[in-house]
Design a protein around this ligand. Sequence first.
Ligand SMILES: O=C(O)C1=C[C@@H](OP(=O)(O)O)[C@@H](O)[C@H](O)C1
Ligand SMILES: C=C(OP(=O)(O)O)C(=O)O
Length: 441
Amino acid sequence: MGSSILTPESTSDWLAPRAHGLIDATVQVPASKSLTNRYLVLAALADGPSRLRKPLRSRDSDLMIEALRVLGAGIDELDSDDGAGQDLLITPIDRSAVRGEVTVDCGLAGTVMRFVPPLAALLNATVLFDGDPAARVRPMAPVVTALKDLGLHVQDEEAGLLPFTVASTGSVAGAGLRVDSSGSSQFISAWLLVGAFFEQGLRIEHVGNSVPSLDHIHMTIATLREVGVQVDEPAPNQWLVHPGSVRAFDVAVERDLSNAGPFLAAALAAGGTVRVPDWPAQTTQVGARWPEILTRMGATTSYDDGVLTVKGHGTIKGIDLADASELAPTVAALGALASSETRLTGIGHLRGHETDRLAALVAEIKALGGDAEELADGILIRRPVDRGGVFHSYEDHRMATAGAIIGLAVDGVRVEDIGTTAKTMPDFPGMWQELAATGGA
Ligand SMILES: O=C(O)C1=C[C@@H](OP(=O)(O)O)[C@@H](O)[C@H](O)C1
Ligand SMILES: C=C(OP(=O)(O)O)C(=O)O
């Protein structure tokens, strides 16, 4: 009888499709999480209604939408011009209104938990911020310290972690902040996004070890400049936001190049060709690095008429790569299939992402027969995986997609909680099955 009983794990695990032949797929990836959530914040503060064309709709963007609604923004859905998607029309927050006590659910979204508390400082409101149990261990101290340094009343029961309450009258003099952003670039982006609304603007200086994910800070600055906010970088690790306003805007949101990563990586994992249309010619997304990374790992890539094409040729080479930021779990999955070592460095802060990604990757690669170890600021993958088994996702969308990549090439990989991919890609399981089916899965 024992053998016929399904354990809870076996009922909820998702058997990753195994591609037995070359794949040949064209994949439309959803819009960028990072751009969608920046545009949402800026639209909520703009001087008139703004329109986001085909933004991301996923758990992280829906948490941001709900947070901004709770704080007084109007957010309505509209059919896109081509009828093939939805746009969002955002009516900004009336900052003169008195809001009283409200609660914001941050889920597990770093962009919500780091970007929205500074916005609350601009309102006459008392806002309780909380999130998933897994969010309650993500680093938040630099946000709380900065709020206090600006003179706001913050009540945090456990110093520097969610949940906490921010009380503001809505007027902040601004001036200068020193922020330790060695744990996340979001600690800088958060203040850049709202600095123009402080009476004197905002001068921000990073103190501490190096700032990770610098591309995301460049994205914040580029986005601010698009909507008329003046931002200077007087010296490395220093930023100056001039007092001003956000011009209402109408923008088509770029596709998410980080989320394109697992699909492009599939061309190497399974062999074959993957095309991603609507690849921007110019972008601030860190995913712009995919052509270079995948070429170094053995693919050939080409870009023509807005379509990025990646072809795999049956071998995967290990890579030495610094500062891969949110691309790291995808590169690690390829590293776990590669014929030589992969060393990813400059990503120590991934220990504070959705889970401790360094520990999680090492544990899961070892569980499938590979060999890997944590480095002070990254991971080293020594030997590829050689068998299937359960690949735990730790409520982390990028761990789940890493398991799916490995499962394309290795029999019997079962990804625990594939639904966690809804954080940024609600249709991932279906899109992945479709891609794998082109390889005979
Ligand atoms: O600002 C953003 O949109 C993000 C910044 C990065 O955070 P870290 O600096 O914590 O890596 C990135 O990894 C995250 O997925 C999104
Ligand atoms: C680190 C990530 O997310 P977050 O925005 O929650 O920090 C990520 O998406 O890889």
